[in-house]
Design a protein around this ligand. Sequence first.
Ligand code: ATP
Length: 884
Amino acid sequence: MENILTNFTFHTTTVEEATVSLKSDVEKGLTPIQVKERIEQFGLNTINEEKPISPFQILFSQFKSPIVLLLLFAAGMSFWFKEWLDGTAIVCVIFINAAIGFYMEFKAQVSMLALKKMAAVPAKVLREGKLTEINAEEIVQGDIVFVDAGDLIPIDGKIVRSTQVLIDESALTGESVSVEKKMGVLPENTILGDRTNMVFKGTYVFKGNAYILVCATGMQTELGKIASLVHLSDQAATPLEKKLEVFSKKLIKITVGLVVLIFVAGLLNGQKFMEMLETSIALAVAAIPEGLPIVVTMSLAQGMLKLARYNVIVKKLSAVETLGGTNVICTDKTGTLTQNKMGVVLIKTPSVNWQKDADFEGNEEQVKLITQGFILCNTANLEIANNETKEIGDPLEIALLKFAQLQGGDITAIRTQFNKKDEIPFSSETKIMATLHEHEGSYITFAKGALEELLPKCTHILENDTVPMDKSKQDYWIKEAEVFAASGHRMIAIAYRKDKTETTLSTDSLVFIGLIGMIDPPRPEVKAAIEECKMAGIKVVMITGDHPTTAQYIGVQLGITEAGEAVMIGKEMKHFEDLTKEEKKKWLNTDVFARVNPQHKLDLVKVFQEKGYVVGMTGDGVNDAPAIKKADIGIAMGQRGTQVAQEVSDMILKDDSFKSIVVAIRQGRVIIENIKKFVTFLLSCNLSELLVIAVAAVMNLHFQMLPLQILFINIITDVLPALALGITKGGDNVMKLKPLKASVPIIDKNRWKLIFFYAIIMASVCTAGVLINHYLYHKNDVWDTALCNNILFFSLILCQLLHVFNMGTGTFFKSEVMRNKYVWYSILVNIIIVFAALQIPFVRKALNIVPMNLNEWVVILAVGLSFMVTVQLAKVLKLFKSNK
Ligand code: ATP
């Protein structure tokens, strides 16, 4: 095993010293053997990676719950009183309970791990001389990492090569101004924030790019050291889980109170102490919904996995809930609403008037400059490998390259002849990009960008000759752009400047060449998705950097806005703090915002949130990060998005499509709806058992449920049907309802009423069944306690199994629950278990099952049916508001 330094003060050394000490190679990076050894020695590059709890630990934890202690106590008492059968049966129940708890927790954990893997951040490293993309977790000390604008820094390292790299270290140092980093040696006592030759994990590249020698990974990084102090936990309980935990605790108190009441009533009515104790314990075990939070976690995690299959990576469990309540989506245009597959379709200069498929001709100088400008003022590339052209870079720039190539422009030759000296990268703030090139001793600057931004920088225009620009010419070109934009063209302008002597890159005193129009068609699936949003009460707002007229055209095509509706332009938008009430109102009523920059996006989120909206906001660039972070649901693009945007987001769209947002919202709603379904189901079933037993105990009836029967029902109905309900596909009206308000509890007043209604009806029909059977068939006999008990037992089972179908919305036979095959499977399995129980002598005896004749089975069937009819009738009569 190699011995490499871990406590080296890398900022004080030269790159060579550091490279030698880390046994690395700046040009080639590490070898696979070195990487393997270092992973073994130092582990993966992860922060605070608490080891996943082992399956054994999960299993063990099942036996630590108070419920198990209660059951153990009951089993102990049974053995003490030599009730061997009861004791053994209760021990069986403990194991079955533990197995179910284990299964659910294990599954939730597996889902969470799978989700974590999906959100893995990639990194580019030099390995054996080649730049390869790996999972950032696999970076080791000594690796050479390449980072570009928008990338997260995945390690602590020393700069070995950089081009004007600016790092935002605010996450680590709190300093909001980006710091320029370069090679160098610094004194030992230089504080972290001043170590300009080092970069640190958790920060990100604001501009430029750099090669970095990795000095520390994972917990050895500065971020790792902080994390070990504060013990960061990345998956806190979601608000829903917290709400349910509080809710469960309340329920436990109420249940314990009721159980004590039943216990005392039973004793006062002369029941045996031991029997009452066992009944009370069984009741407590059955009625306490201690497993609720984990079922919810499982349900949320499963929902997230399902979304991953639809190209949506949801990074936090809590986001699934927020999705359900989202009522405004602010979306980018290019790439999210449109295909981002661009093609140049028109070029207009003073002499060229080219439209697609025509010959590209006109003033020779203009034609030449256009081709050169397209190739030079461009960061994209077309690489030919294995007879295939690989397109690398921004689609708009690829379109320009393709056009230039089609006109005979040789990309490599032109880029070699015109050596690039400097570049001002395109940014959504300036909306301009410029490059400076040297060619045979003279210099040429090319600039391209939004016309409104570029035109004021042009002092001249290239007609037959270079002539000064004037107001009428400016107006003419603005009008021209407007006309093309009105038919959906994405417009850019291009300009140049020649300098005979060496110069620095600037966008002053440019010569205007002309306008270029591109078509970026809308994604075909988006129109329907927007329609769905409208039905679901979700407002869709387009925020784009593009021309207002282009934006409006696309907006109208997709149904976001209507022709003639006003578009708000970035320049008209004040900062949030300066906005008047009227202006905010105007913002809230606008559907399309054009020529905006990222600051406007942040302000828009604030305006919506102030009005109580739950905002989803899309973004891709470094500068979009604040708005994404501020939004309730920050949505980053998987293909176009920078790592920073993805890091701060709650959700990543792998296919960049708007449709996926709507799919996620739908799924969010379905999950919340399902959680409501199974909570309602479980609570109403538990409550019905409590009521039946309480009534029998308090009224001293001739029959009572037995402890093992209660536990049996609990296992039968609580587990499989509830789990099946948790994965029901949404009802037809999921996207027809208004978004859920976050302040409304899962179980609101109306739902409580409903739960009580279900429980009372179920308890009443079951009790009535026993009484009817007795008075119908055994009028003159003494009470057959065992038979009465059996009728009660089977009636409750039947009612509870049928009750699953009451959880559906819409008409009974067409409800989503009916269509859920897992519900049917769960019921089938339960019926098999009941029949098996009837056949196995040990279980029969433990459950005190006695033979019953056909009449008695008919009574049970009638009980089940009357329960269903009553509930369905109440639904038809719309007796309860949250009867959805
Ligand atoms: P969205 O915000 O919906 O993605 P967008 O892509 O049009 O919209 P920006 O990327 O900020 O927004 O572009 C704004 C304008 O800048 C475009 O209308 C175009 O005129 C110009 N532009 C876009 N990309 C480039 C580029 N690579 N080089 C020069 N100008 C560009």
